[in-house]
Design a protein around this ligand. Structure first.
Ligand code: SAH
Ligand code: SF4
Length: 389
């Protein structure tokens, strides 16, 4: 089997090229063709020597993931379902906004953490994605959108690892993918525009700080261990105090950064005034003069069999006000793409009925030609205004 070049960050590609007896700068050229130009055919790469192109043809390939479906929401959000083989599928979501274009990327097929309120968690764990499978989501989305918006400019300005899976439980595949996103010869995204969201894998938070300190979002969801143990089972292994200490250490590596705490608002479960007060106390107890953080309150997106309900809007606002009054920056996340089940926590890879998934996938593959139809976004809503930030 030949190597999929989407599996490499620039360093990995340089090692691969050296193995072919080629100079390292060839890897830079190749990397740019792949990630900046979206090339998948070696014959397109006109500034590479013919001999190298021939060598690559026998040792390597550049393979995207097959797209099973594409859905476009009334608000412009696009969700793709990708086939990753053996009856597994993962989803990516593109969210256009006035000043940015964000891609929400999956890191695993399913998830082993099993959070109470998460559709992916209910699905169980199938397997880790490879670096190529993580990067292929960005590679496909970026070049697909450029083509359909008829632009040479970058469309995706931000990446959030908030799709299916727990990225820090797939660390070795995640880091090269992040490095390719940040690389100036790759996607050239600034470190603050790439966010890893985690349910709290403490040792890997420390490693990420060393290896690739991108923006960190922590899915907190509860202000005390008794409640968090139930909502986010990983808390039994890494309780809140240890998690917040890891956040403090992370910030030591990224002095001007802050941690984003995600908090899914569940009616009657974690949305009471007492919970807000406990959160304030928690944040104030950590870090020097309190932990540098921001709260993002997420209205719960229901899915069948969760047995949970979204907090009423007034209660979310009241909760936000309590945090704000204590000086904690707090936002309430706008729900995007919920008409196409693309909102947070609704990503289930469409494999809810696992017994029939193979059959459905082959039908979907046949229908693919018809399904992929693109409704152009307004160019202002999809272009990255200031990619350098
Ligand atoms: N596994 C990682 C990243 C993927 S989940 C994590 O848990 O952080 C991305 C975000 O969506 C997390 O904050 C998660 O808690 C939240 N989420 C999961 N299910 C949700 C739901 N049903 N409604 C709203 N947010 C949800
Ligand atoms: Fe996994 Fe994140 Fe869902 Fe929890 S919220 S089950 S960690 S994907």
């Amino acid at each position: 089997m030949t190597a999929n070049l989407l599996d490499f960050d620039l360093e990995g590609l340089a090692v691969f090229c050296e193995g072919l007896g080629e100079k390292r700068f060839r890897a830079t050229q190749l990397f740019r063709w792949i990630h900046q130009r979206g090339a998948s055919d070696f014959d397109q790469m006109s500034d590479l020597a013919k001999s190298l192109r021939e060598k690559l043809k026998t040792t390597a390939h550049i393979a995207a993931l097959p797209v099973l479906t594409q859905h476009i929401s009334a608000d412009g959000t696009i969700k793709w379902l990708f086939d990753v083989g053996d009856g597994n599928a993962v989803e990516s979501v593109f969210i256009p906004e006035d000043d940015r274009g964000t891609l929400c990327v999956s890191s695993q097929a399913g998830c082993a953490v099993g959070c109470r309120f998460c559709s992916t968690g209910h699905q169980g764990f199938s397997r880790n994605l490879s670096t190529a499978e993580i990067l292929a989501q960005l590679w496909f989305a970026e070049h697909f959108l450029r083509k359909h918006l008829n632009t040479e400019e970058r469309v995706i300005s931000n990446v959030v690892m908030m799709g299916m899976g727990e990225p820090l439980q797939n660390y070795s595949a995640l880091v090269p993918a992040l490095k390719a996103m940040l690389d100036d010869h790759g996607y050239g995204l600034s470190r603050r525009r790439v966010t890893v969201s985690t349910s709290g894998v403490v040792p890997m938070i420390d490693r990420l700080a060393q290896d690739c300190p991108v923006a960190l979002a922590v899915s907190l969801h509860a202000p005390n261990d008794a409640l968090r143990d139930v909502l986010v089972p990983l808390n039994r292994k890494y309780p809140i105090d240890e998690l917040l200490q890891a956040c403090e250490r992370y910030l030591a590596h990224a002095p001007r950064d802050f941690i984003t705490f995600e908090y899914c608002m569940l009616d009657g479960v974690n949305d009471q005034p007492e919970h807000a007060r406990q959160l304030i106390e928690l944040v104030q107890r950590h870090g020097h003069q309190g932990l540098r953080c921001k709260f993002n309150l997420i209205p719960f997106n229901p899915f069948p069999a969760s047995g949970l309900h979204r907090s009423p809007q007034a209660r979310v606002q009241e909760f936000a006000k309590t945090l704000l009054d204590a000086g904690i920056v707090t936002t309430v996340r706008k729900t995007r793409g919920d008409d196409i089940d693309a909102a947070c926590g609704q990503l289930a890879g469409d494999v809810r009925d696992r017994t029939r998934v193979q059959e459905r996938m082959s039908t979907q593959r046949q229908a693919q030609e018809q399904v992929i139809r693109f409704t152009p976004l307004s160019s202002s809503s999809a272009s990255a205004k200031d990619p350098s930030q």
